[in-house]
Each structure stands twice: as structure tokens, then as C-alpha cells.
Design a protein around this ligand. Structure first.
Ligand code: IVH
Length: 839
């Protein structure tokens, strides 16, 4: 069969138009494949366009001729309001990776595979060694050979449907060649080629538009666009590396054959892959590509090794979220030497002052770098970077380039006697941009500009943040235009955007030398006008409150339902919102009690911005238990010696109290036995509950619709039958109370009430590893709030090890050896939600 036949679609027909349409579809499909997948065009662009136009006309004339896999269907469809969720029938896993950057990691992986399989020294394992593409993982669902759905990985279980966006990627076949199984899910990575990236960015800059940050961000961002038209404009590519759910296709016995067969279906598969044998084969592959990675046409952040034989893969099986048969061997971030030509200080969106080394341009990690962060005063001093020094710079993945160290041996003689870096001295105590004083809070390392929105730098970034897609979504208002507007004194605050007129914008000069023309002015004004009624969460996110990211903004919006409710929130209410930690709650409350930030919000409302409200869900999520636990958290956070009213009162008694409450007043005149609460604490509790703060919170909750008539169903949790039985026989908990309890809490009670002779551990122990400080605190407080005992080492009695992305091998190995369940953050959260330990 020749290749032309491979692309042939439906059977021929008697209708000449139909026949012509099918013929054109086949032809264009073949041209697409040759162009995008084989990189060897069969026709000129002009010829292609002509045929494409003819097909489009035919399809318009006879809409029934449009098939989902017609080349005309790559147009992208209409913009969406949000992505639909897709539940992956076969979870999209991640791969265990190593960040020690040693070639030995390959040997360690091979050893673990052989050990697991019980193979001796003499039996080498065959691997399929691949590149680790740096983009976004996508699942392509083909039913009967036709692409019907594309979804992102999401959390591995549930992703987002991005079919229309993915269809615009010309290398992704809309129909498989040569096969049409009932179901074949193909998985791979969407990425951007280096050359395409440069070309796209050059064009964007020419037109005064925002360039992409880097290829990886560009790929991920382009797929997660609600408007497929935007995805279509981006130069995306795709490489397949595996399959998901399959029905009606015989999966080859080797991974390498599987990739070969997918490639034969016209799906792009990277040719730079190799079947290698044993650890030595892996190491040789690693060394080969370590040397080649700079000259590849696309970015990779390492290699992936997979046990080639699928029956061995099956034997090896899976850890919680990663297969035992695959391993990601990361490359060390590339490092280069260059010279420091100056040190400047940048002002961040919230005023943070960051020293930045200005560098002689150097090509590192796939981009040309001229600035590298020195992080803060302390770091700059520690590294002792001086203007004129030769330094080592590095750029890892998405991370901003940084100065690793000074090459002291190359320090010019004249610099030897120079002084150590001192940010305050360098700036003379004033913001480099607005000259307002700089300050540093006690215990903090960061200096900040105190100018707020009066500082042009903060103003520019606040406005850009406000306008971005995930906030107010003012299409086309990027940094270039905002910078020009602020520099030319045309706007001072986000609200001023809504007062702009054509005359203000027409001919406005941009930094690149271009100026705004009629068309872009009209578009921009339209986009500004269109942004006036944002969903409340996007508006809140746009305000740029410290620590309030997109998801916190969503929680706030749904809890309060309207801006008015949020604006007047009382001191403690924010603590009651699900998923909002203490530090974040304080930042939110502070924002809304600072006159300056308040003024920004009011000004926006006056200029006609009207976020769309919704029914507050406060009433649906509020329970006495949550209230009391939040009160405990607030109380702990606010009392200096951590000896607040509820100090020492366990979460289990708190839940018991909560389950007896009918109205908040019950707490003050307890008809309920507070026997579990010790006398002193009971007094403090009643003081706390008669405080103005508490009463204001209760009033506010009532005005948000909380009626205190919680139905047990609202709070219902599922408990395993076994635990229920134990608790019914050993405790006084009633059925009703058990309904309110999760497994974790139940087990906590069982452990806490063991007789001393049986007691080995106080309550189920949990250990966190590999998380940043803030995330760790947040997780730990979630754990303690359900009665778990947080420990820092992996011991035999441990119930659960929660591993973050920086988890070191030692704890993981130990957990594995002792048979302790390891979960990631989402696994832990599922555990908290359901109380069930994931298996
Ligand atoms: S295989 C069960 N192969 O790396 C294994 N993944 O943490 C599933 N990636 O999100 C993945 N190149 O998007 C595989 N050649 C390759 C890959 C690759 C890049 C990404 C993938 C996944 C992540 C793994």
C-alpha cells in the first residue's frame, strides 16, 4: 500500500462533490503529515491553501460532508467559559525522578528493577531509553481511529478537556492511519520547538505583543487557553510516549514496539530513542544526551528509562503514583560563566526589592540570559558578588536565572579590596524607582519599597497582574502597553484603565519603538470594556492580595458570594473558610482593613467594574465543628505563648462538643457536658466566646445565610464498618456522633483510649517530607486538626508518609522497606477528605 492510500478516508461515493471533498481531505491530511511530522513538505504553502479553500467551500455548501477528522476541523471552535473535567479511566501517572544529577542514578534504578524482579547479576534488563520532553502531558482519546477528546493530566485522576485546542496542533492526527480500534488512548507531551519559539517571539515583539516566557510555559499556557484561537496561533508540537486505556488493539509485548506502532499510525514519536541493555546501556545513553542536549531542536529536562518488556512491567507494578518500571533521570541545570556588568535592584509587585546581577549576555539552559537574580540582600552578601566579577550562572527549567557563585580565582585585582554587598547602602535607603523609604520587617530578609501603588514599578505590576488572563482578562494588555501607560502618566491605578479613551491610546509609543495604531486601540478599548463584569473570583485574584492565588480567590468568592460581603468581613470569619490557612487569612483581613487597598477596590467599583456575584456557600460549608476548630486555630495563632483558650483541648472533644450544639448560644450557656474540657480551659473558652470578635463573626455568618440548622447530611462522613463496630462497643459515641466522624478521627480516639499497657503510640502518626516551609505548615495543621500526630522521622509505627516533590530518597526507601504507605499531597488530601488510607 502506498502512503497515499494510508490517508484514504471513507469509501468513494456517487456524489461528485462528496467524492471531491473526501479526496481533498485525504490529500490535505497527507500534506499535513509530510509537513508537520516528516518535516518534508510535499506542496508549496500556496498550493496547500488553494486546496484547503476548495475543501472549505465544499463543506460549507454541504455541511454533511464535514467529518470530525477533516483537516478543516483544526480551526479551534468557539471560546469556552471553563474547561470541562475529564476523569482518566487509566490514571496518568508521573515518574519517579532523581535530582542528584549523578550518572549513578541510572545504575541505582537498574539495581532496583533487578532486585524487584529477583534477577541475578548475570541477567541484564532491556530498557527503552527516551528523552524527557519539557512541556505538558496530554491524553489523546481515539475512538474507532478518530480523535474524539484530548485532556490534560490534571492531578493524574481528573484533567481538563482541551480537545479543540489540541486539534489545532497540526502534527496530531485527527484520524489514525491504518488502524481503527474501538478505543486507543495515546499519551504524550505537547511542546514547542526552539526555532518555532524564537520565531514566534520575534514576531510578537515586532508587533509590540507579549512574548512567551519560555518554551515549556508557552506549551502549557497555550493548551490551557479558553479560546482555541489563541492555541492555534501558537507553534505547538507533540510527541507520543505511551498509551492509556485501550480496547480492541493488541498492545505489543515491548514498549519500543508499541512506540513504533504508534508512529506507524502517523502519530509523532521522537526518533531519538534507543533500546539499551543493562545499567551500562543506560549510562551510555545518559552521557550521549548530556553532551547533545544543547543541540537538540527542543528542550528536554532529562531522560526517561522504561523497562522494555511489558510483562516485566506488569510484574514490577506501581507505587502509589509512579510505576516501578520507569525512571526519570534529570539533567543538572546547565551552568555557564559570564561577567557581572552591574548590579541593579528590582521592585516586585508587592514592593519586594530584589538585587539582580546584570550580565554580559550568555546562552544557558536554552535562552540568552542577561539578568540573574541574587535573591535578597543576605544572599547577595553571602555570594559576595561584585561588579566586574566572573560568575557562574544557571537556569533550571522554569526557574529565573540565578548566580550560583563567584569564580574567585578570576576576580580582577582591582576588585579584591571592594566592599561586601549592602542593599540599604546601595539604595541609600530609598526605593530606586519612587524614592520612597525602604523598610524591612523584623525577622524578615526582604527589604520592601513602602511606596505601594505610588511606586511606578509596583503600579505597573499591579495593573499587569490585574489585567492578566486569569484575573480580569483584558485581552492584549500586556507589560509593554501597561509600562507605556504608566510611564506616560496615563494611568495611576487599575481603575484608571476604565477611563481610557481612544485619544489617550492612539499613537502611544511603546518601548520597542512601535506605536499603537487604530486597530489595536479599538481592540484594546473593547477588551477593557468587556472585562467590566468579571466573575468575582477573578476580580479578587486581580487585586493582588498577598498570598491570594487563583484557588484562594475562588474559595473567597464562593464563601462570600459578593464583594460587599467580603469587604466588610470581620476579623475571624476569614479563618472559617475552607482551604484558607492562617497566614493567608491574616493577609486577607489586613488587605481589607488597610485604607489604601480599600480605596483601590472602591475606585474600581466607581469606575463601573461590577464583579458578578453568586449565592454565598458559607451556609453549606459551615458546621460547628469547623467553627470551633477554626476558633482554636485563631486562638493559637493569636496568643503569644500559644496558650489560648482551647490550648490542650483535643480535636476529638471539640468534635464531641460541636456535635451537641444547636445554636452558637449553647456554647455560652452550656447545656452540653463539657466534661472533656478541663476547668480552666472552659473558662477561657467562654471568655473567648463572649468576645466582640466572636459575636461579630456569628452575626456575619448569619447574614451570609448560616441558619445553624445543620442537617446531619451536610456533615456526614463515611466510616468503615469495622471501626464503627469498635467505637460502638468501646466508646459512648452515639450513632449520630459517629456519623460526624471520619475514620482518621475514629482511629485517633481508639489509639488515644488504649489501656496504658497496650498503648504504643498516642495517635496515628504521620510524617511529611519534601515540602517547603509554608506548605508543610499548612499540611501539618490539616493533619493535627483531624487528630493525627505529626512526627519527623520514619519509624515502624508510622501510619502514612506524605512525600512532596523534594522528598529525599532516604525516607522513601525506609518507608518502602517497612511497608509504610507513601502518598503525595493529593493522596493526603483525599485521605483527609475521606478518612480512608489510600492503598
Ligand atoms: S512516560 C507512567 N515518557 O514527564 C509513565 N513521560 O513525571 C508516564 N514526560 O507528566 C509518563 N517525556 O508528561 C514519559 N518520554 C517520556 C516523557 C514523559 C516527558 C513527562 C510526562 C509526565 C512527566 C513524568
Amino acid at each position: 500500500m502506498n502512503t497515499k492510500d494510508l490517508f484514504a478516508g471513507a469509501a468513494s461515493s456517487a456524489d461528485p462533490d462528496e467524492e471531491r471533498a473526501r479526496q481533498l481531505q485525504d490529500q490535505l491530511r497527507q500534506y499535513d503529515y509530510a509537513y508537520y511530522n516528516l518535516d518534508s513538505p510535499l506542496v508549496t504553502d500556496g498550493e496547500y491553501d488553494l486546496l484547503f479553500g476548495e475543501l472549505k467551500e465544499l463543506e460549507e455548501k454541504h455541511p454533511h460532508l464535514v467529518l470530525p477528522d477533516s483537516p478543516t476541523q483544526r480551526v479551534g471552535g468557539a471560546p469556552l467559559n471553563e474547561f470541562a473535567k475529564v476523569s482518566h479511566s487509566v490514571p496518568m501517572l508521573s515518574i519517579l525522578s532523581d535530582t542528584s544529577y549523578q550518572k549513578e542514578a541510572a545504575q541505582i534504578f537498574d539495581e532496583s528493577v533487578r532486585k524487584e524482579l529477583g534477577l541475578g547479576e548475570s541477567k541484564p534488563v532491556e530498557y527503552c531509553a527516551e528523552l524527557k520532553f519539557d512541556g505538558l502531558a496530554i491524553n489523546l482519546r481515539y475512538e474507532h481511529g478518530v480523535l474524539v477528546q484530548a485532556a490534560t493530566r490534571g492531578d493524574g485522576q481528573i484533567g481538563e478537556e482541551v480537545t479543540e485546542n489540541v486539534k489545532t496542533i497540526r502534527g496530531v492526527p485527527l484520524r489514525l492511519v491504518g488502524v481503527a480500534p474501538k478505543l486507543l488512548e495515546i499519551r504524550g507531551e505537547v511542546y514547542i520547538n526552539a526555532a518555532d519559539f524564537d520565531e514566534y517571539n520575534a514576531k510578537q515583539r515586532e508587533q509590540g505583543l507579549v512574548p512567551l516566557i519560555n518554551p515549556r510555559n508557552g506549551a502549557a499556557g497555550s493548551i490551557r487557553q479558553l479560546d482555541p484561537g489563541v492555541s492555534k496561533s501558537r507553534p505547538l508540537s507533540f510527541f507520543a510516549y505511551g498509551v492509556g486505556a485501550v480496547d480492541g488493539w493488541r498492545i505489543p509485548g515491548n514498549h519500543s514496539d508499541l512506540l513504533g506502532q504508534i508512529a506507524a499510525m502517523s502519530v509523532p514519536v521522537c526518533e531519538l530513542r534507543k533500546v539499551v541493555v543493562g545499567a551500562s546501556g543506560l549510562v551510555a545513553f545518559y552521557e550521549e544526551y548530556l553532551g547533545k542536549r544543547d543541540s537538540l531542536p527542543f528542550g528536554i529536562d532529562g531522560l526517561v528509562y522504561k523497562v522494555n518488556d511489558r510483562s516485566l512491567q506488569e510484574k514490577l507494578g506501581f507505587r502509589l503514583t509512579t510505576p516501578r518500571w520507569a525512571f526519570a533521570h534529570k539533567f543538572p541545570p546547565e551552568e555557564k560563566e559570564t561577567t557581572v556588568v552591574g548590579i541593579a535592584v528590582q521592585v516586585g509587585r508587592t514592593g519586594k526589592l530584589t538585587p539582580v546581577a546584570k550580565l554580559a549576555p550568555v546562552f544557558v539552559g536554552g535562552v540568552t540570559v542577561t539578568n540573574a537574580t541574587l535573591h535578597n540582600d543576605l544572599e547577595a552578601r553571602r555570594k559576595d558578588v561584585r561588579v566586574g566579577d566572573v560568575v557562574i550562572v544557571r537556569r533550571a527549567g522554569d526557574v529565573i536565572p540565578e548566580v550560583v557563585s563567584v569564580v574567585l580565582a578570576k576576580r580582577p585585582v582591582g576588585l579584591m579590596a571592594g566592599e561586601a554587598f549592602d542593599l540599604y547602602k546601595l539604595l541609600n535607603g530609598k526605593c530606586p524607582t519612587c524614592k520612597n523609604p525602604i523598610s524591612r520587617a523584623t525577622g524578615q530578609v526582604d527589604w520592601r519599597c513602602t511606596g505601594g501603588l505610588n511606586c511606578p514599578d509596583q503600579r505597573k505590576q499591579a495593573i499587569t497582574h490585574f489585567a492578566q488572563r486569569t484575573a480580569m482578562d483584558v485581552d492584549g494588555l500586556g507589560t509593554e502597553i501597561v509600562d507605556a501607560l504608566v510611564d506616560q502618566g496615563k494611568i495611576k491605578s487599575p481603575a484608571n484603565l476604565y477611563e481610557l479613551e481612544a485619544a489617550d491610546l492612539m499613537g502611544m509609543r511603546l518601548a520597542g519603538g512601535n506605536s499603537l495604531q487604530t486597530l489595536s486601540v479599538e481592540k484594546l478599548l473593547l477588551a477593557i470594556a468587556k472585562s467590566k463584569n468579571p466573575p468575582l473570583n477573578k476580580f479578587i485574584f486581580g487585586l493582588g492580595i498577598q498570598h491570594v492565588g487563583e484557588s484562594t480567590a475562588k474559595s473567597l468568592a464562593s464563601f462570600f458570594g459578593s464583594l460587599e460581603n467580603l469587604k466588610k468581613t470581620s476579623r475571624w470569619t476569614v479563618f472559617l473558610i475552607p482551604d484558607i490557612g492562617i497566614e493567608v487569612a491574616i493577609a486577607i483581613y489586613e488587605f481589607f482593613s488597610t485604607p489604601d487597598s480599600y480605596a483601590v477596590v472602591d475606585e474600581l467599583i466607581r469606575s463601573g467594574v461590577k464583579p458578578s456575584g453568586l449565592k454565598p456557600i458559607a451556609a453549606d460549608v459551615m458546621t460547628f465543628e469547623k467553627i470551633l476548630l477554626a476558633v482554636k486555630a485563631v486562638d493559637l495563632a493569636m496568643s503569644p505563648k500559644k496558650q489560648g483558650a482551647l490550648y490542650g483541648v483535643g480535636d476529638v472533644p471539640i468534635r464531641a462538643i460541636a456535635s451537641k450544639l444547636k445554636t452558637p448560644g449553647d456554647l455560652l450557656h452550656p447545656k452540653i457536658p463539657l466534661s472533656s474540657v478541663e476547668e480552666g480551659a472552659r473558662l477561657k473558652l467562654s471568655q473567648l466566646l463572649s468576645s466582640g470578635d466572636w459575636l461579630r463573626t456569628i452575626n456575619e455568618l448569619e447574614s451570609l445565610g448560616v441558619s445553624w440548622g445543620f442537617t446531619p447530611k451536610d456533615n456526614e462522613r463515611r466510616m468503615s464498618a469495622k471501626l464503627r463496630k469498635i467505637l460502638l462497643s468501646k466508646s459512648d459515641f452515639s450513632d449520630e456522633q459517629l456519623n460526624l466522624m471520619s475514620d482518621a478521627e475514629g482511629w485517633a480516639w481508639v489509639y488515644a483510649n488504649q489501656s496504658p499497657s497496650q498503648r504504643r503510640i498516642k495517635s496515628p502518626e504521620i510524617c511529611f517530607t519534601g515540602f517547603g516551609v509554608t506548605e508543610r505548615q499548612e499540611l501539618e495543621s490539616q493533619a493535627t486538626s483531624v487528630g493525627l500526630h505529626v512526627v519527623t522521622s520514619v519509624t515502624k509505627g508510622l501510619m502514612l508518609l506524605v512525600a512532596g516533590s523534594n522528598a529525599g530518597p532516604a525516607k522513601l526507601e525506609k518507608a518502602k522497606a517497612t511497608g509504610i504507605t507513601v502518598v503525595d499531597r493529593s493522596g493526603f488530601e483525599r485521605f483527609i477528605d475521606t478518612g480512608k488510607i489510600p492503598q
